[in-house]
Design a protein around this ligand. Structure first.
Ligand SMILES: C[S@@+](CC[C@H](N)C(=O)[O-])C[C@H]1O[C@@H](n2cnc3c(N)ncnc32)[C@H](O)[C@@H]1O
Length: 246
């Protein structure tokens, strides 16, 4: 009789969401004080930043994502936080925003700008902002210029869109946006709290499940991902950039 498949997700329970919220809060702090802002969170996923934005801002947040099941989890999260009345969701694509011009005071996007490309994000998403509204993006960064080919491979076809933080600032300025703040996440954010513990977990799981080839394959792929990030850790980062729409 075949053995039942063992589902192993070595990332479950790592403190990534909590770690990331610290930086979402710092990014929110780059904006001037806003009264009950209308916020659009693009590619909101299951809403870890979305709910925090509602809490921090005292305003309303629309979370848009292409993944309907993630939006359901978002609303469960919002309800659990007592913020369900200030958060709504919309299933759709960031490539085609169904909102009139000037609908929001803030557009927020964590881990999503590469889907359309930085310049297209600024232009297309900026349209739904009020004049002088703000856009805050959490983007993949090169921690230093001239990344080697191996580091570039990390982001596949999106690699051409990745810059250093200074590079993004220049690109935003070229689009007429005023950069009001930016920061790279510290290396410790990814290594101490995520990739380091993940690597340890994978090593121990690989040690304890030698027979199941499917599980081994998945773990081995994850192990290689961790190793890749370890090798190119001097280049691979992520950062926030906050801009004011022209
Ligand atoms: C890296 S996750 C980030 C989720 C969330 N912003 C966070 O920081 O926890 C990227 C999200 O973008 C969504 N996504 C990818 N392509 C999209 C598209 N074309 N339109 C809308 N959402 C998209 C995915 O479903 C996923 O939830």
């Amino acid at each position: 009789m075949p053995r039942p498949r063992i589902e192993v997700d070595p990332t479950v329970g790592l403190p990534l969401p909590a770690m990331r919220l610290e930086h979402t809060r710092r990014a929110w702090g780059m904006l001037p004080r806003l009264t009950h802002p209308r916020i659009l969170d693009l590619g909101c996923g299951d809403g870890v930043p979305t709910v925090e934005l509602a809490r921090l801002s005292g305003g309303t947040v629309v979370g848009l994502d292409i993944d309907g099941s993630a939006l359901e989890r978002l609303m469960d999260r919002a309800a659990a936080a007592g913020l369900g009345d200030r958060i709504t969701t919309l299933e759709g694509s960031v490539a085609d925003l169904p909102f009139p011009d000037g609908s929001f005071d803030v557009v927020w996007g964590e881990g999503i700008a590469h889907v359309v490309g930085f310049e297209r994000a600024l232009a297309g998403w900026g349209r739904v902002l009020v004049p002088d509204g703000f856009m805050v993006l959490h983007v993949a960064t090169w921690l230093r210029p001239d990344p080697p080919e191996g580091a570039r491979r990390t982001w596949g076809s999106f690699s051409e869109d990745v810059s250093t933080l200074e590079g993004y600032a220049d690109r935003a300025a070229a689009m007429g946006c005023e950069v009001i703040g930016s920061f790279d996440l510290p290396e410790s954010a990814w290594w101490d709290l995520y990739y380091g513990p993940l690597g340890d977990r994978i090593a121990s799981l690989l040690g304890s499940q030698p027979d199941d080839t499917d599980v081994r394959g998945e773990l081995e792929a994850k192990r290689q991902e961790v190793e890749h990030f370890r090798r190119y850790r001097d280049w691979l980062g992520s950062g926030f950039i906050a801009m004011r729409r022209p």
